[in-house]
Design a protein around this ligand. Sequence first.
Ligand code: PLP
Length: 406
Amino acid sequence: MDKDFKPTGWGSLAVHGGHTQDPMYAHLVPIYASSTFVFDEAEQGMRRFSGKEDGYIYSRWGNPTFTEAEKKIAALEAFGIEKNGAPLELKGLLHASGMAAITTLMLATLKPGDKILTHYSLYGGTEELMSRVLPTLGITAIITDLRDLNKAESAIKSDKSIRMLYIETPANPTIQCVDIAALAELAKQYNLLTAADNTFATPYLQQPFSFGVDYVVHSTTKFLNGHGTAIGGILLGHDLEFMNTKVKTMAKTLGGSANPFDAFLLINGMKTLELRMERHCHNAMETANFLAIHPAVARVNYTGLAEHPDHYTAMKQMRHPGAMLSFELKKGLDGGIAFMNKLKMCVRTVSLGTCDTLLSHPASMTHYSVPKEEKERYGITDGLIRMNVGIENLQDIIADLDQALN
Ligand SMILES: Cc1ncc(COP(=O)(O)O)c(C=O)c1O
């Protein structure tokens, strides 16, 4: 795509965004499977090491295949957003995993004594990073219900060490949503950094930078890759100077960099993101409607349903309510196990973001060894089933669920 062609459609950008013409005229970005890059002469090495000349040196520091993925995601997260009257520019740093990207974010922006204000529903790995790892470095987290702005503000007012507001919306596994614009505005009033995990929504459904956040992270392992073929993560920021210096140095020093093959899979997966998300979300809405009236189901948790407590928040900031839902079976633990064992097409596994419908039963799987009170605090009951609604034909998803429920 020529530099002077500005696509007006999100899907066009997902296909073409971030692409650089290969010097050997390959149609697709090659997998630059090379740990190191050569210099024409010693002076070029000096210029590259000193930052006077752009160019690759060593793949932990950057690689052309990573660059294409970074530019594509940056273009999608910034699509249609302006900063000071010009199109928003973002810098993305690809990582080996979502957790590696989150770790870089925390260590590049926080110092001992700083605190993070966050919501109680977070991906388990992020929660563990905040509760077990960061405290050993003097960085701690304060947890509150960020759906309540008064609670958020009084937490900020009561502790001057809070430096970052960290949100994950929709959150894993509860799909609770928080109001990004309202929280970003509040954070600005108190001079806090804001970071959002946009994994569940993807930039197609929600663009946190448009609501004023400073950093976005993704587990690219999920919908961005879309096919479950690679673990990966990205950290994006709009302060280009800071991203290119402190954050980049932190990323390359921690060493959680991506690898070219996974970056290639991610780039190709993202080309169909718009199509996939449309189908995922359509199927999720119809599946939620089907489950909501099924006699074996006690409750459906999907932000697309008007009765969901976060329905209004989700619809305010998301194009569609997403592909994730959960539902509670009336027959509890035994009912959950029996249901999972009867599935014929939908897949019994954890994770999300793949084309196929994935179901997990936290009480017998991910949360099997978690004490009951702790599970209940996170809304994980014995009969709860979590579902990544896939892009198969809707009638087959419903038929499989129906036969397993009956
Ligand atoms: C919302 C969210 N953020 C971050 C992560 C961590 O990503 P990864 O497994 O790629 O390290 C996950 C993983 O499931 C997640 O669901």
